[in-house]
Write a protein that binds this ligand. Structure first.
Ligand SMILES: Nc1ncnc2c1ncn2[C@@H]1O[C@H](COP(=O)(O)OP(=O)(O)OP(=O)(O)O)[C@@H](O)[C@H]1O
Length: 597
């Protein structure tokens, strides 16, 4: 790390402290200077006491007593006050950083957020923010304290005997050179360590979120092994770091030992030749001992600061990731307008429309290819097709999670990018395959659909969604805690809560990633009843996994390999005898076999 880079990173570190900088530095410098002054004043106490011992001069004793009293006063008053002042600023700044990071994370564009493992993001919020706090509270304080102690001691040494002052400067330069060398290596290890900590959190969160599967499939050793490996990596790097710091300490000790030995020998010779008072030598030894620990402490602080700077780099990496735009994302490639101008405005514009939409998660690997899809207002349009055909991707584009690479998206006849994202999301209610519930009560989870809903409205929505029956049987009814991600409820119950939430939102367009196939017959029936209520009088785009649920849809679109293969009503598509008829035949036969088994 060059000096320029170090300075730049330090500036970055300070920029996060900006609103509290004045009081932070007042407290920090006050605390450091008080503590440094105490050490220097104590060297005078040694000086006076030794003079008193040699000359028997009581004035020297009085001076020592005054100094000790002053030191005690400073220790018990100024130092704690300053300490409180800067520590308070650190707590405030760290809370700001945490909120800023959190605010940024939840606004990350879906595309960026998907690239990070949730455990990795958690680790940045916890481990990295913690290393940042240590920088402000411990390492920077240490650097200021030790530097002021060094400078103060150097001035006194120069006044007492300039030769010892020069010696301290030489010692300082040697120590700085050695510690800079160690700090460079320490930075590499710190970056590696933070990365491994992040990986450990990822593995742990995978293990905990999939605990059921881990137990069922006997994966404790395998998945637990991944956690162990990550933990072993942390152990290995931490031990390497410890060894490195031990070596650094040893080098600093050697310098300290040689210097102190040199000071003692040279000083005693001067005392023997009556060129120096014993009190002066005592003070020089005291100051020199302080200077030696300065370099030990300074070396450790600069090394440990590398941990914090590595953490800061990881925090800044997230803060520099692009946030979701306020406007609905436009197609990445120009030429979309040309396609749009070809379009003849219909009398009643479609609720949703995709024109020549091409999209790929990776460049040159299109998931959707020149797709044309129209969802007429007030009708039910179903998308069916093989797994991986691009059905959910269509919904992600309509919800503005990704911009199409090419083509045009229209919502109620207007170009999608003319809308703000929140406007589009207000127009649509999305019920995903897996209902997302948050830790809280049943009522809280339904209320997410409309934060101002009254208790009666919540109950009415639950009733329409066929959820009121099971909610009444829960121990605390609507006040029952659903557990982490709704773990205290069954899959069908979770889905009915999600349906009640969508009902409460009362959006005119419904996007439904239907997943009744994983439910037992009774739950499936009840969820289906809830969905039917939800679809009433609404424009619906539904991804159907069970064809029996969409036989009465106004239009069925068959999507495979990102292309629209067929389109029509159930009867038309059966009569065509194409992909749909094949899929239907397959599901019908499977169902028949299940029934007769
Ligand atoms: N975030 C992503 N990054 C990269 N590829 C993705 C991502 N999400 C989906 N894909 C890929 O895009 C393709 C279409 O996925 P999509 O989820 O749209 O299919 P689907 O038709 O909804 O499938 P299913 O019926 O199984 O839910 C698949 O090949 C999938 O692997």
């Amino acid at each position: 790390m060059t000096f320029k880079q170090g300075f730049y990173e330090f500036k970055q570190l300070m920029s996060l402290m900006k609103p509290h900088r004045k009081w932070y530095f007042t407290g920090l410098v006050g605390n450091s200077l008080t503590n440094a002054s105490i050490t220097i004043l104590l060297s005078f106490v040694v000086h006076y006491l030794l003079n008193f011992a040699v000359n028997g001069d009581v004035q020297e004793l009085y001076r020592a007593v005054y100094l000790v009293s002053g030191t005690f006063l400073a220790l018990s008053l100024i130092s704690p006050l300053c300490s409180y002042m800067y520590k308070r600023c650190v707590k405030l700044a760290i809370a700001d950083v945490r909120m800023k990071l959190f605010g940024h994370m939840i606004k990350l564009s879906y595309e960026k957020a998907e690239k990070h493992h949730s455990g990795n993001l958690v680790s940045r919020m916890t481990n990295d923010v913690q290393t940042l706090e240590q920088a402000y509270t411990i390492h920077i304080r240490s650097i200021i304290l030790e530097t002021s102690l060094f400078l103060g001691s150097l001035v006194i040494l120069m006044v007492l005997d300039w030769r010892f002052g020069i010696m301290a400067v030489v010692l300082g330069l040697a120590s700085a050179w050695i510690n800079a060398h160690f700090a460079k290596k320490m930075r590499h290890m710190s970056e590696e360590l933070q990365g491994r900590m992040s990986r450990f959190t990822e593995r742990l969160s995978d293990l905990l979120s999939g605990l059921q599967m881990v137990k069922l499939f006997g994966l404790r050793t395998k998945v637990g092994g991944l956690c162990n490996n990550a933990s072993e990596d942390i152990k290995r790097i931490s031990i390497r770091q410890g060894r490195h710091m031990g070596l650094q300490d040893m080098c600093n000790f050697v310098i300290e030992f040689i210097t102190l030995g040199g000071v003692l020998v040279a000083g005693l010779i001067l005392v023997a030749q009556k060129q120096m008072e014993l009190g002066v030598l005592g003070q020089i030894v005291q100051l020199q001992t302080g200077i030696s620990t300065v370099f030990l402490e300074l070396g450790a602080a600069v090394s440990l600061l590398q941990n914090s700077l590595a953490g800061l780099a990881r925090i800044r990496e997230i803060l520099s990731e692009s946030k979701e735009e306020e406007q609905f994302p436009a197609a990445k490639q120009k030429g979309s307008q040309a396609v749009d101008s070809d379009h003849t405005i219909e009398q009643v514009p479609a609720a949703l429309e995709l024109r020549d939409v091409t999209f790929g998660y990776q460049p040159d690997r299109p998931t959707l290819r020149r797709l044309n899809l129209v969802v007429p207002e007030g009708q039910v349009t179903a998308i069916v097709g093989p797994s991986g055909g691009g059905k959910s991707t269509v919904m992600k584009l309509l919800l503005g999670f990704y911009p199409p690479d090419e083509g045009v998206l229209r919502i109620r006849g207007r170009m999608a990018e003319e809308f703000r994202l929140d406007e589009v999301r207000d127009l649509m209610a999305y019920v995903p395959q897996e209902a997302t519930l948050f830790h809280g009560t049943v009522a809280d989870n339904i209320r997410f659909g409309s934060p101002d809903a009254t208790d009666d409205e919540i109950k009415a929505a639950a009733k329409t969604a066929y959820a009121s029956g099971f909610i009444a049987e829960l121990p605390e009814g609507y006040d029952t805690i659903v557990g982490e991600r709704g773990a205290n409820l069954s899959g069908g119950q979770r889905q009915r809560i999600a349906i009640a939430r969508a009902l409460l939102k009362n959006a005119p367009i419904l996007l439904l990633d239907e997943a009744t196939s994983a439910l037992d017959a009774e739950s499936e029936y009840e969820v289906q009843q809830g969905l039917n209520e939800l679809m009433k009088d609404r424009t619906t785009l539904v991804i159907a996994h069970r064809l029996s649920t969409i036989e009465r849809a106004d239009t069925i679109c068959v999507l495979a390999d990102g292309e629209l293969k067929e389109q029509g009503t159930h009867e038309q598509l059966l009569a065509e005898g194409g992909h749909y008829a094949e899929l239907y035949e397959l599901q019908f036969r499977k169902h028949f076999e299940e029934q007769t088994a």
